[in-house]
Write a protein that binds this ligand. Structure first.
Ligand SMILES: CC(C)(COP(=O)(O)OP(=O)(O)OC[C@H]1O[C@@H](n2cnc3c(N)ncnc32)[C@H](O)[C@@H]1OP(=O)(O)O)[C@@H](O)C(=O)NCCC(=O)NCCS
Length: 290
């Protein structure tokens, strides 16, 4: 495939990235969502030797104008960041929400024992509290559609910035985005107390990352601030996926800030699967593209 020239800016030359460029390029990519109004930034990368000189800022400006040129209906950019930037770096954005992240890691073979331990802890807690909250799988696209397109969903689940954030990618729960969510092969759970759930979670199938010489990353996104359901959801998601685990596994659990400490305590005490990063968070930002 021949490289397609885009522009020159700040002494840099920009081309449309091709698969064969992957190992070299500094790059930025986006996905047009929300019925063509929003671009969600997906991947931003600058090669090691060029970092810290503002290259990421230039790429983002060039990408914004390129997106606007190809998709004139786009008027908003949305992105998530996990690097806790200082306030001056955020002045051009509206901060829509912040979610807490609990990161655990361990060798694949340790996860079975970890989950058994969590289940034993949960059983003790539930007996003490006589807790009847339960979770059910959202199995087909019909059920998922009913769940996600319910107009009360955002307020009941306190969706961050009114969006469902799937593995760092924020999407409004609207019909045109359902197809994007469906092709991600997510496994969904919601509480079964009523047909108006107050808790929802899903996991993305584990995928390879370079961490530690080659690992898997497993992401669980949780919406709704019910700690008891969040504990159950964690167990259920891990139980469904641990059979696929191999090598080292990094688990990121994204959740409302109010339940982070409770989840951290729930997960502590196992020899093989440990918290491997202090509290960190996901910032959800929005910027107009004029
Ligand atoms: C994050 C990364 C792209 C930053 O590249 P860089 O060229 O060193 O960035 P700089 O520190 O010089 O900052 C340049 C601009 O990019 C912005 N920026 C830095 N990190 C960013 C991030 N994660 N998301 C969005 N913007 C970011 C800075 O705020 C700055 O903005 P400004 O121009 O408005 O001042 C680079 O360190 C990298 O490739 N890291 C590994 C991959 C990664 O973590 N990507 C981000 C998540 S997808």
């Amino acid at each position: 495939m021949e490289a397609q020239f885009i522009t020159k800016d700040a002494g840099l030359t920009f081309w449309l990235a091709r698969p064969q460029d992957f190992d070299e390029v500094a790059l930025d990519s986006g996905l047009v969502v929300d019925g063509g109004q929003t671009v969600v930034m997906e991947g931003l990368r600058v090669c090691m030797s060029e970092r810290g000189h503002g290259v990421a800022g230039v790429i983002q400006q060039v990408t914004d104008s390129y997106v606007k040129q190809v998709y004139p209906s786009v008027n908003t950019k949305r992105l998530t960041r996990g690097d806790n930037p200082p306030p001056e770096k955020l002045s051009k954005f509206t901060v829509l929400a912040q979610r807490a992240i609990l990161t655990l890691c361990g060798e694949a073979e340790s996860f079975k024992g970890f989950v058994l331990g969590l289940r034993a802890k949960l059983d003790t807690m539930e007996k003490l509290n006589d807790n009847k909250n339960c979770l059910v799988a959202v199995k087909d696209s019909h059920q998922l559609k009913a769940l996600l397109l319910d107009p009360d969903l955002s307020s009941r689940l306190q969706l961050p910035g009114g969006a469902i954030i799937q593995d760092w990618q924020p999407l409004k729960p609207i019909e045109s985005n359902l197809e994007i969510l469906e092709r991600r092969n997510l496994t969904w759970l919601a509480n079964c107390a009523s047909d108006k759930p107050t808790f929802m979670s899903f996991h993305t199938p584990a995928y390879p990352i370079p961490f530690n010489g080659g690992s898997l990353r497993f992401n669980i996104d949780m919406f709704g601030a019910n700690l008891s359901l969040a504990r159950k959801a964690l167990i259920a998601h891990l139980e469904q996926e641990t059979g696929e685990f191999h090598k080292c596994v990094l688990v990121n659990i994204y959740m409302p800030q109010t339940i982070w400490e409770g989840m951290r305590e729930f997960c502590e005490g196992h020899e093989g699967v440990k918290q491997c990063r202090n509290y960190w968070s996901q910032l959800f930002l929005e910027q107009e593209i004029p």
